[in-house]
Design a protein around this ligand. Sequence first.
Ligand SMILES: [Zn+2]
Length: 280
Amino acid sequence: MRALPASVLAVCGLIASACGGTGTGGAASGQAAPATSVEQTAAEQTPTGQSPAKQSPPDAKPLEGKVVVIDPGHNGGNYRDPKAVNRKVNVLTKWKPCDTTGTQTNNGYTEAAFSFDVSKRLVKLLEARGATVKLTRTSNDGVGPCITERAAIGNEAHADAAISIHGDGAAPANHGFHVIMPKKINGPVDKVVGASSRLGIDVRNAFAKGTGLPYSTYIGRNALDYRNDLGGLNLSTVPKIFIECGNMRNAAEAAKFQDPNFRQKIALALANGLQHYLKA
Ligand SMILES: [Zn+2]
């Protein structure tokens, strides 16, 4: 459980670790990969000056043709609309709130802001590698979307991989990161449990290497945890994981999360982990 200020406790405090939710959100920001110019020399052109039938292929980008959905946990406006956020939704194994506010550092840097910033950095990195990327929310001042919608966005995009990004709110002495993967629940997620596990291990490996953060001292084994109570996982029909990048209530990790350079390091590690999975 996490210790939270009273204002946050109302919405988030009841959720056991993993800070709750996935949500939906809205705007898809999928973008096509930039056009690659194909250089032609005069010698390659036909006498009439038209393009030859065969052109040298453009440099292939490693993630060309891959679709990734990134879900920044929570939303910066969730605290303003407890009625909408607390509405119960069916996540197949239980009913739970549509979303939560998420946690924050002791000096008020919110998990919603952290996850959104890391997600935007990750979008840029993946698009530069050729992937088509969609976000489940495109601002940090709105409400939601619900965890059910967040899963639906990945499903509708037919994502090759989906990741929900969070920071945990555990007791201050706890530290380290962990990845959460779905379990079989005799539901639609069952068919992607195996792929999600491979995705989780690839991201775990890349995250440890790229950030230097230790495996969680308080959840899972070797930074791997499996759950059947998260709507964002239970309702996914595409390979999907959550990452809790560390403990926002731990002073050392909170300081790192507030450093833009470290957030870039996190985004790069996540991009590398996703690429390793997608290229396998
Ligand atoms: Zn969270």
